[in-house]
Design a binder for this molecule. Structure first.
Ligand SMILES: [Zn+2]
Length: 322
């Protein structure tokens, strides 16, 4: 069950970096690099992950940039993780959607029961390989990009602590609080990341359309902001980047995810995401005979999919909150 090919309408502005130099890693796990502060000064264990989806290049570019610039934490521990490498290594600009995953979506396998089960797939095996490391992470920053040219956004999860974490990063402008997908648990929602009683934090960033050049700049910029906010790097790294004054963040709460129920799902038009539908009751799509209707005024469409397959999330619906 490889990821299906779908037609691509977007230019491929990015090049997948050669990550073969990281194949051995330095932890015993392939493509995982961990660095402790020189003086063992205490601090959080921060993990920045890329290519959870194999065709999302910006995170791989950001990690490669950090590794080439010899990032070392001033305190605590920093782990840089290329996640679904098997899929990433299959990336082909002529069929760029096909390398999202090998057997199944890596970002839906993070239920502990599934990880503990005897089921097997390329992605489950890799998740099991990364799990002991993830269990020690205090702050997870998971870099992604999107099928459509939606505005970039932070996905802060459903708990208030995720929103607080997003405020620290300051960019991009949109922060979306959501519960994830019916199809399975995301890495950002694994275990204590989704536990309000735990101090562990996670954020998923969607840096823009998969292959737009600006997505890799945002991936680097936000990673640096995270590290700077925790005192893990000094300001000299930020001087390497051009920065605009951030706009005040806008917060959206996802109220529901529309999961596709039939093999005949279609939207009424090509939505890119971020559209705000003014009127309650507007039909935005059909799942066979069933109309998909906006449940309230000013309903924001979050990441409408082009993969209109049964069981997938078609779109998430949200409202602006203060
Ligand atoms: Zn992704």
């Amino acid at each position: 069950m490889a990821s299906p090919s779908i037609p691509n309408h977007y230019p491929i502005e990015l090049t997948a970096p050669d990550i073969s130099a990281y194949a051995k890693g330095n932890t015993g796990t392939p493509y995982v690099m961990s660095f402790n502060a020189d003086n063992n000064k205490s601090g959080p264990h921060i993990m920045i992950s890329a290519v959870v989806h194999g065709n999302e290049l910006c995170g791989a570019i950001a990690l490669d940039w950090m590794l080439k610039n010899n990032f070392r934490p001033l305190k605590g521990k920093l782990s840089l993780v290329f996640a679904n490498v098997a899929a990433f290594l299959e990336f082909n600009p002529d069929d760029p959607y096909a390398s999202r995953y090998v057997d199944q979506d890596f970002n839906r396998v993070w239920a502990t029961e599934l990880l503990d089960s005897d089921k097997s797939s390329v992605e489950l095996e890799r998740a099991r390989e990364l799990r002991p490391l993830l269990d020690t992470v205090d702050l997870l920053f998971d870099i992604h990009s999107m099928q459509s040219a939606s505005p970039a956004m932070l996905l802060s999860g459903s708990l208030p602590k995720g929103r607080d974490f997003a405020k620290i990063i300051e960019i991009p402008e949109l922060v979306v609080a959501d519960k994830g997908h019916a199809e399975g648990i995301r890495m950002r929602d694994y275990n204590d990341f989704a536990n309000s009683a735990s101090n562990k934090q996670s954020l998923l960033i969607e840096c823009g359309q998969h292959w737009e050049a600006a997505s890799s700049e945002l991936a680097i910029q936000t990673s640096l902001k995270l590290l700077l906010s925790q005192g893990v790097i000094d300001h000299s790294f930020m001087e390497k980047l051009k920065q605009d004054t951030p706009k005040p963040q806008k917060f959206i709460e996802v109220t529901e995810a529309i999961t596709i129920q039939t093999d005949k799902f279609s939207f009424t038009e090509t939505f890119e995401g971020g559209e705000c539908i003014a009127k309650k009751g507007t039909i935005i799509g059909h799942d066979d005979e069933t109309p998909i209707i906006t449940p309230y005024d000013n309903c924001v469409l979050i990441m409408p999919t082009r993969r209109t397959y049964k069981g997938q999330t078609a779109v998430r619906l949200g409202k602006y909150i203060v």
